[in-house]
Structure formats: structure tokens, C-alpha cells
Write a protein of this length. Structure first.
Length: 260
């Protein structure tokens, strides 16, 4: 069975973070291993507490799983602090041949800030150089590109700015802008395509970014090429939103097992 590693924070509500990643890996027939970077107290209404895991323990988790499992792809999610970003970057140098998907988690669906400015700068200047793909939403893409994004054309102008950080490919997901369609912009080494889908009205959107990036990671672990992996991830998240159960009183989780 293909194995994928998620390096991410824990969501006590189970809808995002490493819980969403591991569920998505399983839904794609991929065995998931993890390195926990932070523990959060959160539910569908918001985040009430965050505690980062010590950088040394994060490193130890990564080293433990890659020493024993045949990890085929790696995903990073919430990295919590500058120290954790430094530790993750250093640990990933030993597995440079394994494709990396960076979900640059900066904000929760509720709007809570999940990454401080010092850590964001390290993601931009160091982590992205290691990645095969980065998967920002429109808000995160503004931070990574250093420019405002208010339209699809802005997104197309932003992707080369983000790739200039050293990442091979970027997909800016379109869920945060209005309009009848949700359009993702994929730029793979300068080849740009638009991935279009319906804009779904739902309050069950917690974990969409994690699920999207985890679906790409699972596909890469199974040997798919990047374009097919991203297109498949978009379809998967659409299904996960359509078939979500109404859980909690706020932004409920998507359903990663909708096609099972």
C-alpha cells in the first residue's frame, strides 16, 4: 500500500488538520503517517487555544516514520511557529527525493490566524524551494505573492510571483472569491491552466484546503502526475462538500468518505 506523510496540526473537531489529511489518504487507498506540529482546541465555531509541539519532537516524529515506512509523498499543513518551520525544513533535506505538497496554512476557515509573520517569511523563503506544489487559497496567495488578488486575472499574475520563490508549481484555489464558478489556477513550471467547477453553497466547508492538498498528496503517492492529481483533488473536494453531513453549529466538516 502506498504511504504518505502529513506534517500538520491536530484539529480537536476532526474536520481539518492531520485528521482531515489521514481521512483523505485513507479514502484514496493510501496509508497515512503523521508528525504533529501543534495541538489546537477548536470546533466548527472557531479556535480557542493553540500549543505548538517542540521542534525537536517534530523532527523526531518525521525521522521515525521515514526511517521505517516507504513514504511516497509528503504534505505540510499548519506549522505553528518559526522554530517548527526551521525543524521541518531541515528534516526534509534528508528526503529530498520525495515529492512535497505545501499547504501554506495561515488562517482557519473561521478566520483565526494560525501562523505568525516570522514563520510565514520562512515558508516563503525556505520551505517553498523544497516543494513540488504549493496550494494557497486566494488569501494565502496574496501573502505569498506580495500582491492583492481580487480577480481571476490577478491570480494568473500572482502564480509566477509565487513560483519565483523556488516552488515548481502553484495552484491557487478559487473558493474565496464570488461568482457562479470556483476556478483554480494551476501553474506548473509556467504552463497555466484553469480548473473550473460549480460554486457550492454550503456551511460544510471546514477542512477544504487540507482535504484538497491531502488528495493531491495521496495521488502523488500513488504515482499520478501532478496535473491529474490536482484535477482529481478538485473533483474530490466538490464531492466532499456536496455529500457532507450537517455537523456542529458553525462551519461543519466536509465528508472525505463520500465516494465509499
Amino acid at each position: 500500500m502506498p504511504t504518505a506523510l502529513t506534517i500538520a496540526g491536530s484539529d480537536s473537531g476532526g474536520g481539518a488538520g492531520l485528521q482531515a489529511d489521514l481521512k483523505t489518504f485513507a479514502a484514496h487507498g493510501v496509508y497515512g503517517v503523521c508528525a504533529v506540529t501543534a495541538v489546537t482546541a477548536q470546533n466548527t465555531l472557531g479556535v480557542t487555544a493553540i500549543e505548538a509541539i517542540g521542534a525537536g519532537l517534530v523532527t523526531a516524529q518525521i525521522e521515525a516514520v521515514v526511517a521505517d515506512f516507504d513514504v511516497r509523498a509528503i504534505k505540510t499543513g499548519m506549522l505553528a511557529s518559526r522554530e517548527v518551520v526551521v525543524a521541518v525544513c531541515a528534516a526534509l533535506e534528508a528526503v529530498a527525493d520525495i515529492p512535497l505538497v505545501v499547504d501554506p496554512v495561515m488562517f482557519a476557515t473561521s478566520g483565526d490566524r494560525l501562523l505568525d509573520d516570522d514563520a510565514v517569511e520562512l515558508v516563503r523563503t525556505r520551505l517553498l524551494r523544497r516543494a513540488r506544489l504549493v496550494t494557497p487559497n486566494w488569501l494565502e496567495a496574496e501573502v505569498l505573492a506580495g500582491m492583492p488578488i481580487a480577480s481571476l486575472e490577478d491570480a494568473r499574475r500572482a502564480t509566477p510571483q509565487i513560483r519565483a520563490r523556488g516552488v515548481a508549481a502553484v495552484v491557487i484555489t478559487g473558493g474565496h472569491l464570488g461568482g457562479p464558478e470556483s476556478v483554480d489556477v494551476l501553474d506548473d513550471r509556467g504552463a497555466v491552466i484553469e480548473l473550473r467547477g460549480p460554486r457550492l453553497e454550503s456551511r460544510s466547508t471546514h477542512g477544504t484546503g487540507c482535504t484538497y492538498a491531502a488528495a493531491v498528496t495521496a495521488a502523488l503517492a500513488r504515482g499520478q502526475d501532478l496535473g491529474d492529481a490536482v484535477a482529481g483533488a478538485k473533483r474530490f473536494v466538490e464531492g466532499a462538500i456536496r455529500h457532507a453531513e450537517p455537523l456542529g453549529r458553525g462551519h461543519g466538516p466536509v465528508n472525505p468518505f463520500w465516494n465509499k
